[in-house]
Design a protein around this ligand. Structure first.
Ligand code: NAP
Length: 295
């Protein structure tokens, strides 16, 4: 069997078109423009490139978008005050603080300072709790992208054996919690694996849907995958440079061998990665709609 390739580069633009339409309707019917502020502390090149991409996407969708470039010697108090300003700014519906933050700033304290109703990354403990009890306001963007890719590719999640490799707070735990809910696009039986898992292959071989977010190249090889499984590779690993001087990337799954066994698989790059920013934009739109009571 050669797997169907599920690409975020194809599904993402479809969702962005939907967001664009809804954004135009929100403006036309209610005079509201979704507003996103991205706050970046210091000059970390990776952070700058992520934030630039988020700002570009927001502008293309017709959002009101602002970028705050904060020097890396900013005090924690000043950063908390800046967040507080945007918490009470009615033009802003989503606040995103790009991580990592410099060592002298308590990351947890900063993330907790964001109004949970403007927490479009979905990392605030209030939103984590809402997700846990099946009343999510925002889904964290990468897990949300994974769920949308599965649903929009016609993959049955209801009743599936889902195995997630990784238990981070940004991918492994939230996607597990989302797919186990008694809800549409969920209702799966979920197993979460990590470095303490005794026999990883025993679990991965049982998976109808295998989601891998370990951050380890070749963590999953063909012998660890059931014939006909759906494999979602979240990993992004830098493995050198291309002749054009760009970073060469690979996922956590041995793509070439696993694609001969799986029924569907996401590639790296071009799979889950391009979905994350799109889902951030959708969360921002939802925040704008809900704050104005228009959904
Ligand atoms: P993380 O915080 O490093 O967590 C990795 C998880 O995988 C941990 O729970 C770890 O277990 C587990 N793990 C690592 N090696 C394993 C192994 N050999 N067997 C079983 N479990 C193993 O990473 P993350 O933030 O979740 O990210 C995971 C990967 O996804 C990274 O490559 C990251 O770059 C990528 N990512 C991509 C996107 C995107 O495409 N938009 C977004 C986020 C992350 P322990 O808990 O026991 O240490």
């Amino acid at each position: 069997m050669t797997a169907r390739i599920i690409r975020g580069t194809e599904i993402g633009p479809v969702i962005r078109d939907e967001i664009k339409e809804e954004t135009a309707r929100l403006l036309e019917q209610h005079g509201v423009v979704p507003g996103l502020v991205t706050i970046i502390v210091g000059q970390n090149p990776a952070s700058i490139s992520y934030v630039t991409a988020k700002q570009k996407a927001a502008k293309e969708l017709g959002f009101y978008s602002l970028q705050e470039d904060v020097p890396d010697d900013v005090t924690e108090t000043a950063l908390l005050e800046l967040i507080s300003t945007y918490n009470s700014d009615p033009r802003i519906h989503g606040i995103l603080v790009q991580l990592p933050l410099p060592k002298h700033i308590n990351e947890t304290k900063v993330l907790y300072a964001i109004d949970p109703d403007k927490d479009v990354d979905g990392f605030h403990p209030v939103n984590v709790g809402r997700l846990m009890i099946g009343e999510a306001k925002f889904y964290p963007c990468t897990p949300y992208g994974i769920q949308q890719m599965l649903m929009r590719s016609g993959i049955t999640i209801d009743g599936a054996e889902v195995v997630v490799v990784g238990r981070s707070n940004i991918v492994g735990k939230p996607i597990s919690m989302m797919l186990v809910q008694k809800a549409e696009g969920a209702n799966a039986t979920v197993t979460m694996c990590h470095t303490g898992t005794k026999d990883l292959a025993f679990h991965t071989r049982r998976a109808d849907i295998l989601i891998v977010a370990a951050g380890r190249p070749n963590a999953i090889t063909a012998d660890m995958v059931k014939e006909g499984a759906v494999v979602v590779d979240v990993g992004v690993n830098r493995i050198g440079m291309t002749p054009e001087g760009k970073a060469k990337l690979c996922g956590d799954v041995d793509f070439e061998s696993v694609k001969e066994k799986a029924s569907a698989i996401t590639p790296v790059p071009g799979g889950v990665g391009p979905m994350t920013i799109t889902m951030l934009m959708l969360n921002t739109l939802r925040a704008a709609q809900s704050m104005t009571g228009k959904i």
